[in-house]
Design a protein around this ligand. Structure first.
Ligand code: ATP
Ligand code: MG
Length: 409
């Protein structure tokens, strides 16, 4: 899933997108060693059941949870080969493997001809590996149990000999990453960006509200998929895990995630809390506002800072913050809405996790913002903003991160 990012005491394993946007740098991870401070996660029986048991199964048996397999279709490899026309039309590539378009019958899930039945996205693990299997299994076990309008729907899986595949609902608008950063793509409007932010906040808020306090751990633009109405859905639950429950404040685990998006205290200590997801959300919000990648080596002159390092000083100043806004918005956004979103991003990016809001609070803030002030309008100083942006871009902009080592995956 990414770059290995060694820290003195712990192996910090972090995945990263390659900034060209075409290929990716990935590395394998060894089995996650867990020293959890977690007690029983069934203390509050009023809350929804989540994947505590499945996590145990992920950790030990490495088998699909039986309660999950009944919710999902178990496909044969030849079914998926036929459904995808021998894996002909590739729609994406990530650390896990390739994603192909396929067609299946809506009721029987049998492969159908292209253009008939329903379209699905078929993810195929690149090679057999222990960690690849672990992530595949975590995805099956979590998404087999969790259902929410802001989580991508997993239809089924295939585990035949060495083959590991996943079958999802097809998301026609692809990933947020493509809309924000791919060259030549029509920029998405302010209203759409905020709609996406609300969807992501709802998805994370749902996970954190569950009995097992599920931490998503890999929030980034490429894992936010969009349906035909730009509704955001979280995909990729390979790194998700149960969070702290009861009196526990965190779970301790080796560091896995994506460089730039992973919360600094988690990277430094391996202590994982739901507030780690809040930090990653702050990064995504900043990407939505600025239209820039958290790690960007494409802009000349940048050498080490991230978008967060660059943008933070602007976020707390209502006037200066406008300089970070994406010029592709053409000034078509509510100034007050943008300022409020920037202030929220700043809170999410607080270096002390205790001072970050909860995802439930973030969700409420974004809903409130939507209800009150994110109607687009053109600020009079539009041309001035553009001027300032270009000046900043070449002097203080985000710089390429220091990455000590990189293993390819
Ligand atoms: N259900 C889906 N519907 C439509 N497109 C999808 C779907 N799932 C994935 N994709 C496309 O495939 C691309 C690759 O997805 P994948 O999750 O394998 O990698 P990634 O998110 O880019 O990187 P990483 O492996 O680090 O998570 C996505 O960015 C998206 O464009
Ligand atoms: Mg992904």
């Amino acid at each position: 899933m990414g770059i290995c990012w060694p820290k003195p005491a712990k192996c910090a394993h972090v995945s990263s997108t390659n900034l060209s946007g075409d290929s990716k740098i990935h590395s394998k991870i060894k089995p996650e060693s867990i020293s959890s401070t977690k007690k029983s996660s069934h203390q509050n029986s009023n809350k929804q059941f989540v994947a505590d048991k499945s996590y145990a199964r992920v950790s030990s048996n490495l088998k699909v949870d039986t309660s999950v397999s009944s919710n999902l279709k178990s496909f044969s490899f030849s079914d998926l080969k036929n459904a995808s026309k021998n894996f002909r039309s590739e729609i994406g590539e990530g650390g896990f493997g390739w994603v192909f378009k396929g067609w299946i019958d809506e009721n029987t899930f049998a492969p159908t001809k292209p253009g008939t039945g329903i379209v699905v996205a078929i993810k195929k693990l690149k090679e057999e590996s222990f960690q690849g299997h672990r992530e595949w299994l975590a995805e099956v076990n979590y998404l087999g149990q969790l259902h929410h309008e802001n989580l991508v729907k997993l239809i089924g899986y295939c585990a035949e000999s060495e083959n590991r595949l996943l079958v999802y609902e097809f998301m026609p608008k692809g990933s947020l990453e493509n809309h924000l950063f791919r060259k030549g793509v029509q920029p998405i409007s302010w209203a759409t960006r905020m709609h996406i932010a609300r969807g992501v906040a709802r998805g994370l808020s749902y996970l954190h509200s569950l009995n097992a306090n599920v931490i998503y751990r890999d929030l980034k633009a490429s894992n936010i998929l969009l349906d035909s109405d730009y509704n955001a859905k979280l995909s990729d639950f390979g790194l998700a895990r149960d969070g702290p429950t009861g009196d526990n404040t965190h779970v301790s685990t080796r560091v896995i995630g994506t460089q730039g998006y992973a919360a600094p205290e988690y990277v430094a200590t391996g202590r994982l809390t739901p507030k780690s997801d809040v930090y990653s959300f702050g990064v995504v919000l900043l990407e939505l506002l600025s239209g820039r990648r958290v790690m960007d080596d494409e802009v000349a002159g940048f050498s080490e800072d991230t978008l967060v390092d660059w943008a933070k000083p602007f976020l707390s100043d209502n006037r200066k913050m406008l300089r970070i806004m994406d010029t592709r918005l053409g000034g078509q956004y509510s100034k007050k809405g943008a300022q409020a979103a920037a202030a929220l991003a700043l809170q999410c990016l607080h270096s002390d996790p205790k001072n970050r809001p909860s995802m439930a609070d973030v969700q409420v803030s974004l809903e409130r913002l939507h209800a009150t002030m994110d109607t687009p309008r053109t600020p009079p100083q539009q041309s001035r903003e553009k001027l300032d942006f270009h000046r900043i871009k070449h002097t203080n902009g985000p710089r390429k991160a220091r990455v000590p080592t990189a293993n390819s995956r």
